[in-house]
Write a protein that binds this ligand. Sequence first.
Ligand SMILES: Nc1ncnc2c1ncn2[C@@H]1O[C@H](COP(=O)(O)OP(=O)(O)O)[C@@H](O)[C@H]1O
Ligand SMILES: O=P(O)(O)OC[C@H]1O[C@](O)(COP(=O)(O)O)[C@@H](O)[C@@H]1O
Ligand SMILES: [Mg+2]
Length: 323
Amino acid sequence: MKRIAVLTSGGDAPGMNAAIRAVVRGGLEQGWEVFGVRQGYAGLMGGDFVSLSARDVGGIIQQGGTVLGSARAPEFKTEEGRKQALANLEARGVEALVVIGGGGSQSGAYALSRMGFPVVGVASTIDNDLYGSETTIGVDTALNIALEAIDRLKVTASSHHRAFLVEVMGRDCGYLALMAGIAGGAEVIVLLEVESDPEEVIETLKAAYRRGKAHAIAVVAEGATNNANELMLYAQENQKRIGFDLRVTILGHVQRGGMPGAFDRLLATRLGVGAVERLAGGEHGVLMGLIRGEILATPLDEAAGRKKPLDLGLLEMARVLAK
Ligand SMILES: Nc1ncnc2c1ncn2[C@@H]1O[C@H](COP(=O)(O)OP(=O)(O)O)[C@@H](O)[C@H]1O
Ligand SMILES: O=P(O)(O)OC[C@H]1O[C@](O)(COP(=O)(O)O)[C@@H](O)[C@@H]1O
Ligand SMILES: [Mg+2]
């Protein structure tokens, strides 16, 4: 009987549990034994494995986070760390590994596969920065959480004639900020992919006040050169009068901790099953992702370390609509 292992790595993303469940039950269907590895690559190096049954992954499809735990494990970037991981896999007779995670995790998966171990990646990060999948597990849920926050902020902003600088997660990718800004009807969107001028941000908010708006929202990507706190500081230090009173809200990890919505549960389930199918067909060294509605595999040597570009045409569209 073949043995495989599955782990979740990097920042947790809503839907990871649905992917774990799909890998476990899909693997059992093949007649394999499936191990879960706790705390990502840290558990892989530390030998923290647990055999999973169909019942063990019952009742988790609707849960946010990851029941296996996740970690950032810098030692896995070293050859010694990965050799330790390989030794642990071999000691348990594990023949293949499924890595559910984002860009860094898939670089780790690629590094392991180059050492000769069969690995299949599953695209999972709220940041949506991963090449090889048009969207990744967790993005839709995180985006909806950001939107709910923006909608609520608009209510209180309108009551007080305030402008809000809302900082949205995404590390060095502005995808969530861009989409939250468009769907939330923001007056300003500040990304890291486009150089921003604090003066211009303030002027745009001021212009919204002059047009008679009851509130204004600037959605700011966490990785932007001028993040929300810096923009606030600029406005205060330069004694900028916007008309609106200015406030800052940083959404942070709140965005990551939601219950996965239907889209993420379905995507994660399809990607997890897809990973098992590829392994069953003898394929590995690939990343499972969503491409034009289909679950497809991209070689890890193409996907790992490569950032997906942002459609900046959408930023111009948002600017035109912010009247
Ligand atoms: N170049 C790399 N080589 C090997 N392992 C890596 C590499 N980059 C990242 N990793 C591993 O993947 C983990 C998760 O990466 P990180 O970038 O933090 O999150 P994500 O996978 O969600 O983007 C890291 O803590 C490390 O263990
Ligand atoms: O949870 P941490 O370690 O504070 O890291 C925060 C980072 O994790 C994320 O939430 C998710 O990033 P990854 O998917 O790359 O792990 C980023 O948006 C954010 O910059
Ligand atoms: Mg990442």
